[in-house]
Design a protein around this ligand. Sequence first.
Ligand code: SF4
Ligand code: SF4
Length: 360
Amino acid sequence: VRARAETFGAWVRFDDRTLVALDRAAARRLGIDGKKRWRDPAPTSIADATDRPLEVHVAVTSRCPASCEGCYLDARADGSHRSFDDLATTLDAIAERGAFTVAFGGGEPLTHPDLPRLAAHARAVGLTPVVTTSGIGLTAEKARALSSFAQVNVSYDGVGETYETVRGFDGARIAERAITTLIAAGIGVGVNVVLTRQNFATLVELVERVVSLGAREIQLLRWKPAGRAASLDYLTRRLSQEQVAALPELVRELTTRTSVRIDCALVPLLSFGNVDDLLKLAVMGCEAGRALGAVDVRGNDAPCSFLSGVSLPKYEVPEPCASCPVRAVCRSGCRVVAKHLTGDVFAPDPECPRVIEARG
Ligand code: SF4
Ligand code: SF4
């Protein structure tokens, strides 16, 4: 068990990676002492009580042999790695700030020669390491070397030809082989799926496929206009309004087949169903620069991995978000999408159904 005192009580991470927010009484029973953080009365909600990262995304390289059309980092085959020493210093600083999880990304992290050592270093300083890969270059030997990772997520955006339609290269079989190779090496595997207009209708088939291969969960991610994806025709790839309307029911359907996680940016697209579910389940929306942090491939801090070079000071949330019942969870939606479509990083998420309705 690893714990971090907060004004409301404490965040506690159990050995199975579950992260739980406990009130002061429950935290005390676990022997946690909040000291100066508990001097004032506890806040009535945890929504605004976390201002340090729980999770940090660290780019270890800008190198990637694939050429995905929608790469948010604009990674290339001749990209460069951050050195092990620099990355170890970054991990030490992240642990020092009290984060629980470090998610390695890139570029393609498997191209970094020190990836297993980096995971071991993260463990040594108390962090839980996870990583996302396309699976390119993964061998049985490399998979066994990844045993320090709590989970490896394989990107898989479509079965068969659908994958190429989304990513611009034929990587479905590589991803499928990576899933089975990692499972054979005893490593827990999740699957990341970026939702686009092109793969939306095939998601049930996709989930059935990866479950049959042994993946233990899927994570659905919103398509974000950053890096190369910003220069593509974003409007023809993002979900249509009809697909957004069908999303809550589809997510429910997928949960009958496997564990489903959603990314921060999908929260506004699910906010017009049963909002009580979002509130009760402590779903987190845009936590850029708050509960979520990032370090880019040059070693610079960023609010999230899609917002390199952007700072997000505290700001007043505008209408219709200011009076929205899920504002505390959603936080105005995705800043990346808002910045791309409106030019204003603080604007309400223009793809949120509530924002669209409010604007008539
Ligand atoms: S109106 Fe704003 S706060 Fe409410 S769900 Fe939409 S983007 Fe989120
Ligand atoms: S800007 Fe916010 S919602 Fe968008 S990807 Fe970053 S953390 Fe997630």
